[in-house]
Design a protein around this ligand. Structure first.
Ligand code: ACO
Length: 335
């Protein structure tokens, strides 16, 4: 549970950026791979197309492009950045990809590391970054969400391959002596239900010398129990947002925008309805990109800021949810 009243510094939001890969995969294209149709996918998910990254659009590259744009909007020079967090489940390097983005940006004074929490990854990274800023350890942070799930999708599984796409987004946040626009958060995980959505190691045993076997590292495709994930999201997300609003003494009618992890339009609609937030206030770009995992929240926010839908001082309730299972919410004002 978030404790904003113990903070020494406030948080302000200074910039946003995003990157979407060039290749477009439509529902029609998918219907040539698996037994599905544009109509089925649109009706059940709200998705029409998604972006698929090429070999030149790795998580590092996409994350770098998004971070660069956020840094430019914030008008920061690279050497003034203290912290770079990369939310990803699909790093270029399991030892960490954030330092590579740091080096590409020329942010030589920053500390950079990865954080993995699937589709909650961006929210968890934003909350983590905010702690360092609030307690005075760092002043400027870039929070990046980037994923390339297309590398791990089973393209013959019609129950999951229709949902996912690739992309990245980033936010630039700064500690402030006198303004606080990050009001609070809640975070939750439940490993008991972790088997509903996985991207697991499927290592094979390899004997390296007599009687000593190693588990050779390799990842299997994404496996998902779609119905259970759906029920989990529709039940838990309204509860966590409602609890957060109550904790912070806000009413859902005061929220300007509901910024949910983009998983399925029916999940977005159901959460909005349960919170009594009208459809026009529920941000959605699922139609174009599908579920880009840790990328969705900053990608959606960046688009909304750049097309002037979200304005300075707008109140935003955000929620990430997904594998782990993990979920959470945060309330903040843009600016
Ligand atoms: N095209 C056509 N038919 C399909 C397809 C498809 N792509 N997929 C499933 N079907 C069929 C099923 O076989 C089933 O047929 P049957 O009735 O003859 O058995 C029927 O459609 C209904 O299947 P359901 O699984 O009940 O379909 P549902 O309405 O639940 O939609 C979906 C499936 C879209 C996967 C939905 O459950 C969902 O969105 N779940 C949430 C998944 C999610 O958001 N995951 C990501 C979380 S974030 C993260 O951390 C990565």
């Amino acid at each position: 549970m978030g404790e904003t009243n113990l903070s020494q510094f406030g948080i302000t939001f200074k910039g946003s950026g995003s990157y979407i890969p060039k290749q477009i995969l439509t529902n029609e294209d998918l219907s040539r791979i698996v037994d599905t149709s544009d109509k089925w996918i649109k009706t059940r998910t709200g998705i029409s197309k998604r972006r698929i990254s090429s070999i030149h659009e790795s998580v590092c590259q996409m994350g770098y492009e998004a971070a660069l744009r956020a840094m430019e909007m914030a008008n920061w020079s690279p050497d003034t950045i203290d912290l770079i967090l990369l939310a990803t489940s699909t790093p270029n390097d399991l030892f960490g990809s954030a330092p590579r983005i740091q080096s590409k940006l020329g942010a030589k004074n920053a500390t950079a590391f990865d954080l993995t929490a699937a589709c909650s990854g961006f929210l968890f990274s934003l909350i983590t970054g905010a702690q360092y800023l609030q307690n005075g350890s760092f002043k400027r942070a870039l929070i990046i969400g980037a994923d390339q799930l297309s590398s791990y999708v089973n393209w013959l599984d019609r129950g999951s391959c229709i949902l996912f796409g690739d992309g990245a987004g980033a936010l630039a946040i700064e500690a402030s002596d006198d303004i606080n626009n990050f009001y609070g958060f809640q975070m939750k995980t439940d490993g008991e239900r972790g088997g509903f959505l996985n991207l697991s190691v499927c290592g094979s045993e390899e004997e390296i010398i007599d009687d000593i076997k190693v588990n050779k590292g390799k990842f299997s495709n994404i496996t998902m129990n779609g119905q259970e994930v759906y029920k989990f999201a529709v039940r838990e997300v309204p509860i966590v947002i409602d609890n957060l609003l109550k904790q912070l003494n806000y009413n859902s009618s005061e929220v300007d925008w509901l910024l949910l992890h983009q998983a399925n339009q029916r999940i977005l609609d159901a959460v909005g309805e349960r919170l009594n937030i009208p459809k026009e206030k529920v941000l959605s770009n699922l139609n174009n990109y599908g579920n880009t995992s840790a990328g969705t929240i900053p990608l959606m926010l960046d688009e909304s800021i750049r097309n002037k839908k979200v304005k300075q001082n707008d109140l935003i309730a955000t929620s990430g949810f997904g594998a782990g299972l993990s979920w959470g919410a945060a309330l903040f004002r843009w600016g």
